[in-house]
Design a protein around this ligand. Sequence first.
Ligand code: C2E
Ligand code: MG
Ligand code: MG
Ligand code: MG
Length: 281
Amino acid sequence: NARASGIGDWAVFQPEMGRVADHRQWVESELHVAFERGDFDLHYQPQLDLPTGRVVGYEALIRWHHPERGTIPPGEFISVAEETGMIAPIGEWVLRKACTDARLLPEDCFVAVNISPVQFMTRDFVGIVERIIKETGIAPKRLELELTESAMMQDRDRAAQILKQLTAMGISVAVDDFGTGYSNLAYLIDFSFHKLKIDRSFVSRMETDSNSGAVVSTIVGLSRALGVRTIAEGVETENQATLLRAAGCQVVQGYFFGRPAPLVLGDAGLVVPADRTASVH
Ligand code: C2E
Ligand code: MG
Ligand code: MG
Ligand code: MG
């Protein structure tokens, strides 16, 4: 019987809905084991200053290497981890690992760490961040937290308070996937942050769709008015980089400049993820 024989058969025998539910359940049950076993790893993707082409930071992106299933992308397990509470230990591990790895990165580069809304709202989030900074000895200005709008909107007063505490510590904050969440811009006034990160969907369409280009320009203008920086994610072509530069975007990240990759030690010392340092005109 296909069900009893294990997950190896589910894809063939279960109807669509059942498959999704089974996969979700499989992820849930495997997450604990995977975490204990140390199956998680961080990949890093460079972020470049557009005018100079210099790498200014690296975004840490979690990877789950399953012994049988291979690499499972975060899109398939972060939401499950959020629902089951596993995001707390996993998120803490990510922060500690990224802050530890920062010592291997060039000293003038920061690490950007994605923080789940659930993790952001846990009771002692600020305390955990504080402890990790102390333990790892990372300079707070070398840590950037990437938060989505949804993380900030759940409880605006509390979110504003937490952001104030984090930024007071010298940590940098970026609003991730900007433009896809709540259109309520009023919250921006209350929140302390340093960057708006333009969502990939606008970047990928800006060449062909003038509305997307208009959104990009508007976000850059909004950033300027608020005195924060703009970073674009998902830059895949030189043309996109050129358009972003013309729009006044300061920082870029995407496959065109470098894919997420593990930190590896090579003959010549540390080899950081591939980067394209040539400037874009
Ligand atoms: P995100 O924070 O918006 O990260 C950007 C995603 O776009 C990453 O996918 C990255 O690999 C991918 N990407 C980068 N450049 C390009 C490009 O040029 N083209 C395309 N098509 N994609 C590009 P990834 O690594 O699969 O992560 C997906 C999402 O999972 C992230 O979106 C983030 O929300 C979440 N995530 C990843 N790592 C963590 C983590 O450690 N903790 C938490 N809470 N969430 C994480
Ligand atoms: Mg991110
Ligand atoms: Mg993003
Ligand atoms: Mg995104």
